[in-house]
Design a binder for this molecule. Structure first.
Ligand code: AQP
Length: 344
């Protein structure tokens, strides 16, 4: 019999590798969230044991209106399912309904050097400088520890994300390694799973910056939103920044490259194949074909979304049941960690 003080290691892997990922319920989802994350999650459900959460605790770092958070959680859950996640193949749950996330988050904060957090690109970009930084929420600095907790609680093998999240998964590995080296082999080290096409969709108004929800909120021309009607999509794509050249030609500028990438991702082509299709044609032809491809992908998603939103009791039932399934796994990990750090 093992000593009651022995550290319990990470449990063995199941038949399929496990994935965990999530999206913040902050404002509306955009094409980048779909192409970089959601679409892959849905397509690859049979290859993995799937855990997808709606990370509402993270949304509080930008302190949106409580009604916005409440509504965005349901909107996001419905969009997960509308984009193809199936509740019997994926555990789709709300982060705050599984208290272990916040509990492990704190333990990890206590094991993470401040310097690691201060170096994070997103913190530096979002917290501003000088007086602005003094007023920024402390959660903006510490949320990568909460994100590490989200992943490590489920002993995830992979974290399927867009390219912008690479640094966060690396930090998660660093923290896990640090705890493992201090307290025993309690965490599995996750790998980021970043797909080629669609991994970094750029802003339509400024193709040198990543398409993001927060920018789309103040600048509607920045992003196609998943619930935009077809005419709005067409107008936004028609207004997308391109180059001074009259036609698609090498070397393509960032705006044209972005449209080619979006088109390629939606038609399952490489960038080169997409370029070959439009080389020498006007930007109008590329924009029109890209808008058609987006509308073709979004139409069925929007139809399913409307059906799901019309049955809120069903959606709440899915989330409640999934939270229980998630908590079974998360609570077991938390207990293991609490014992290892001397809390039980
Ligand atoms: N532009 C993008 N291209 C490809 N993938 C993307 N993701 C986000 N933007 C792109 C991926 O979507 C998932 C959810 O990320 P998020 O909730 O952080 O979404 P966001 O749009 O980045 O959200 P915010 O709140 O607007 O953040 P900021 O303003 O910091 O960008 C992740 O897998 C992400 O990689």
């Amino acid at each position: 019999m093992s000593s009651p003080l022995a550290v319990e290691s990470v449990p063995p892997r199941g038949e399929r590798p496990r994935v965990l990922s999530g999206i913040q319920p902050t404002f509306q989802l955009h094409l980048g969230n779909y192409l970089g994350a959601l679409r892959h999650w849905a397509r690859e459900q049979d290859s993995f044991e799937n855990y997808f959460c709606i990370v509402d605790l993270h949304a509080l770092t930008v302190v949106p209106d409580p009604d916005v958070v409440r509504n965005s959680v349901l909107e996001l859950a419905a969009l997960y399912i509308a984009c193809g996640l199936e509740p019997d193949r994926s555990v789709i749950f709300v982060q705050s309904q599984v208290p272990a996330h916040a509990q492990l988050g704190w333990i990890l904060e206590c094991h993470t050097p401040l310097g690691w957090l201060e170096r994070m690109t997103q913190y530096r970009a979002k917290a501003g400088t000088g007086r602005e930084r003094e007023r920024a929420a402390a959660g903006l600095l510490t949320y990568p520890c909460l994100m590490a907790a989200d992943i490590l609680l489920y002993n995830a093998d992979y974290v399927p994300v867009g390219d912008d999240q690479r640094q966060h998964v690396e930090l998660c590995r660093d923290v896990a390694q640090r705890v493992n080296s201090l307290r025993g082999d309690i965490f599995r080290l996750p790998e980021p799973l970043i797909r080629g096409t669609g991994a970094r969709v750029m802003g339509l108004d400024d193709p040198t910056t990543k398409m993001s929800k927060s920018t789309a909120l103040t600048k509607p021309a920045h992003a196609v939103l998943l619930l935009d009607p077809p005419e709005t999509v067409r107008k936004k794509i028609a207004r997308a920044t391109t180059d001074a050249d009259p036609a698609v030609a090498e070397p393509v500028g960032p705006g044209v490259a972005n449209l080619l990438d979006i088109y390629a991702a939606l038609r399952s082509l490489s960038r080169e194949e997409a370029f070959a299709e439009f080389a020498g044609t006007s930007y109008g032809a590329l924009k029109s074909a890209t808008a058609d491809a987006i509308n073709g992908a979004l139409e069925p998603v929007q139809a399913r979304y409307r059906t799901i939103r019309a049955d809120e009791p069903w959606l709440l039932g899915v989330l409640a049941e999934s939270a229980e399934r998630a908590a079974d796994v998360a609570d077991a990990t938390l207990l293991r960690v609490q014992r290892a750090v001397g809390l039980r």
